[in-house]
Each structure stands twice: as structure tokens, then as C-alpha cells.
Ligand binder design. Structure first.
Ligand code: SF4
Ligand code: SF4
Length: 405
């Protein structure tokens, strides 16, 4: 399945979406406008870095090459050979999966769904209780290593209009099976100490480790579902925008730093997903109070070294922001400025994750108390308390390594 190329949604489709999703969108804090159009993955900044001369540069090529042992090691703390070595090793399993069909132009997990080697069983397990099945799927997701799991509708608005054929960066069909009904969204917690070292190549190990975990977990969970006789398509960053699915699945709320903030791990997560027709009850979205907090906070936007995050209220994206979805009123980053900084660093940046007041260890009682205040009418006080603490302070990468030295 994919959207017909170059044709946006019809009036009838828009009306049907309003009827079907209007109520749950409102509950999730998702606001679409008449200008809404599904997003083409060809326009995401990472894909543009291959075909769009306004994004591609020697620096962006060097950024991608640095993940394959061609980094320019520096004397600077956090950018030494061992920092890049740990980061690249963390990505290994994800790389193996994403490169295995490269010759067919399918970068699995990033620009194409992950191919599941397990066939769908001919015999189909009877499922007469979708609520019990949803509970079971979440349990199995945890068994395989997922930290959070939620389930939502297979909402076609968030599917990319097409996948990207990485041989020539043209658009190609997703080849999704017909009849999909649900999206299982999984959250994968990033290592707190590594996140504390952003910006550094070392910190990128927190990202890479979770992509490698994700690849294994979605493949295993999909294999379980396929053994039950149902379709399951494992997916990471490919095929559709995971953020609206995660929010609709009740895992958290969208924030100014472009992340989903969860009560369990704050913004310190990556998300993966599985598209399926397994009969499953869906979770309800939750308005936790994160957006209300973000309305009074700008820690992430203040800390961004290239001013890529917005101040002020959510708004529709600027018409020249090609890497942003059209017709959604939300906080939107300047992806070109953000990725330009990544390219300069030769590693991913998540300063906006590190400094966010919700980036805390919620197994700690004081932090749980802070959360309660931050999500209620004491939010101003919670913000004041956070600003007075040294919670957001960067950990020196050499301090992360010190126990080994
Ligand atoms: S990742 Fe870094 S550069 Fe990008 S928006 Fe966040 S702080 Fe800014
Ligand atoms: S730093 Fe503040 S404004 Fe930014 S996402 Fe976190 S809570 Fe929201």
C-alpha cells in the first residue's frame, strides 16, 4: 500500500478522517488543519541529505561515513577513537538489518519496513478477546525487551506517502499487506548516563544501542504474531511517523523538543512499531499536562546551539520547511539547522533531550514528586525548582569512561 504519487488526500478522505479520528485526536492534543497532507519520506532531512543539493555537503557525507569507521577522531573529550568505536559498535545489529537488502534499494528499518523472515502461519489462532490479547502482546513485548508498549489504530494519515528506494532515492511502494488494523508502538529507554554526555560521539551509543535493540525486538514480536497466523510488519523509522502513533497509543504527550514525553522515562526513549491485523483492543491517548508545562518552559529551545527549536505556541510549519509535515498545528523544528549541527559534530545531538526537565530517573521518589507537581497546577514551581538544580548539567565523557580507565 502507498499513497498515489503527487495526489494529496481527497475531500472525502479528509471528511472521513475527521469523523473517524477527530475525537481521539483532540484527546491526544493532535490538531490538523485543512492544509493537512501525509508526509513524503523523501523529504525527511536524512533522505534529503542524499538527493537534495541544498542539504547535501561534504560535511553531511562525512557524517554518514563516520558510522563506518571513517570518523575524524579529535582530541576533544567525547570525540576520541574510543567514543566513536562504542557508538558504531552500538549501531551494529541495526546496521546488519538495515543493510541486508541494500542491493534492492531497501534500507530496512529506516527507508523500508523490516522484512520478516517468518511466514504467516496457515492455521490461525482464534482470538475472541482483543482486550486480553492486547494485554498479552504487551507482556510479550516486555519479555523481548521493550520498555513501553501501547496499541492504536492503523491510521493512514501518518503513513509516509511512499518508501524511498535508496538506489536512486525515488519513491516506491511500501508493499504493506491489506487489512492492517492496529499499530503496536514500543518504547525503548536510552541510557541515562550516556544521554547526560550529549553532545558527544559517545552519547550516540545511547541512540545506536536502542536501534539495535529495536531491530531485534520488533522482529521477534512480529515473528510471534505471524506464528499465530496474523500479519505483522516490523518497523523502526520507516513507513510512517511514529510520534503520532505513540501519542495516540497513550504512551506520552508531544513536546516542544519534538519528542514524546512519557511519565516513565520522560523524553529519554526511542520508539518502534509493528503494523498488524491481530485483533487487539486499542489504548486511549492521555493528556498528561506535558504541553501545558512546555507552554511555560523553553529549556530545550534555549539550549539548542543552532536555535532549531521554536519558542512560543504550537503553529503550522512554515511553507519553506520542506522536512515538516503540512497542516498539523504543533511545535516544529528547523530540521536543516538541526541536521547541519549533527553533521558538524559527526554524531547525533540530543542536547534538547538532556536538558529537558522531564529527563529524570523516575524510580527516585523526589523525581516522582517533581513529576506530580510538573503535571499539575504547580508546574511553574516545578520549573523553578528544576532551574535551580544541576540536573541538566552535562556529564564529561571522560567521567563516563573513568571506571574503565
Ligand atoms: S538535536 Fe541538538 S541541534 Fe537538534 S534541535 Fe535538539 S538541541 Fe538543537
Ligand atoms: S525542555 Fe521544557 S519546553 Fe522543552 S520539551 Fe522539555 S519541558 Fe517542554
Amino acid at each position: 500500500m502507498s499513497w498515489p504519487s503527487n495526489s494529496g488526500p481527497t475531500k472525502t478522505e479528509r471528511a472521513a478522517w475527521r469523523d473517524r479520528y477527530g475525537e481521539t485526536d483532540a484527546a491526544a492534543g493532535i490538531e490538523t488543519t485543512g492544509a493537512f497532507e501525509p508526509f513524503s519520506q523523501r523529504n525527511d532531512i536524512f533522505t534529503r541529505a542524499f538527493w537534495d543539493p541544498s542539504v547535501r555537503s561534504r560535511q553531511t557525507d562525512a557524517f554518514f561515513a563516520s558510522y563506518r569507521m571513517q570518523a575524524s577522531y579529535r582530541k576533544g573529550d567525547g570525540f576520541r577513537q574510543r567514543d566513536f568505536a562504542l557508538r558504531n559498535a552500538s549501531w551494529l545489529i541495526s546496521d546488519i538489518i538495515s543493510n541486508r537488502s541494500a542491493e534492492q534499494g531497501r534500507r530496512e528499518g529506516f527507508q523500508a519496513p523490516i522484512a520478516c523472515d517468518t511466514p504467516v502461519a496457515e492455521a490461525r489462532e482464534d482470538i475472541d478477546n482483543p482486550t486480553a490479547m492486547a494485554t498479552e502482546i504487551k507482556r510479550i513485548a516486555r519479555f523481548f525487551g521493550g520498555d513501553l508498549a501501547g496499541i492504536t489504530d492503523f491510521d493512514p494519515r501518518w503513513l509516509y506517502t511512499a518508501r524511498v528506494d535508496t538506489r536512486d532515492f525515488s519513491e516506491a511502494d511500501h508493499d504493506l499487506p491489506e487489512g492492517l488494523t492496529s499499530v503496536i508502538v514500543l518504547g525503548h529507554q536510552m541510557d541515562r548516563d550516556l544521554v547526560a554526555t550529549y553532545p558527544s560521539a559517545l552519547a550516540g551509543a545511547a541512540t545506536g544501542r536502542e536501534y539495535s535493540h529495536e531491530a531485534a525486538i520488533v522482529l521477534q514480536l512480529a515473528a510471534y504474531i505471524r506464528n499465530l497466523g496474523y500479519q505483522a510488519v516490523p518497523s523502526m523509522n520507516d513507513t510512517g511517523l511514529v510520534i503520532p502513533y505513540a501519542v495516540k497509543a497513550g504512551l506520552g504527550e508531544y513536546a516542544r523538543n519534538q519528542m514524546v514525553i512519557t511519565p516513565e522515562y520522560g523524553p529519554r526513549l526511542r520508539f518502534s512499531k509493528i503494523f498488524t491485523n491481530l485483533p487487539l483492543a486499542h489504548d486511549a491517548p492521555r493528556k498528561l499536562g506535558v504541553a501545558a508545562f512546555c507552554n511555560q518552559c523553553s529549556e530545550c529551545a534555549d539550549a539548542c546551539p543552532v536555535r532549531a527549536l521554536p519558542f512560543g505556541a504550537p503553529a503550522e510549519s512554515a511553507p519553506d520547511n520542506m522536512s515538516a509535515i503540512r497542516g498539523v498545528r504543533k511545535w516544529t523544528s528547523d530540521a536543516s539547522a538541526c541536521f547541519g549541527y549533527w553533521a558538524k559534530l559527526q554524531s547525533d545531538c540530543a542536547i534538547c533531550m538532556r536538558v529537558c526537565p522531564f529527563n529524570r530517573d523516575f524510580s527516585n521518589f523526589r523525581n516522582r514528586l517533581w513529576l506530580k507537581l510538573a503535571l499539575g497546577r504547580w508546574r511553574r514551581w516545578a520549573l523553578w525548582w528544576d532551574k535551580r538544580s544541576d540536573r541538566a548539567k552535562r556529564m564529561k565523557p571522560r567521567d563516563w569512561w573513568r571506571p574503565e580507565e
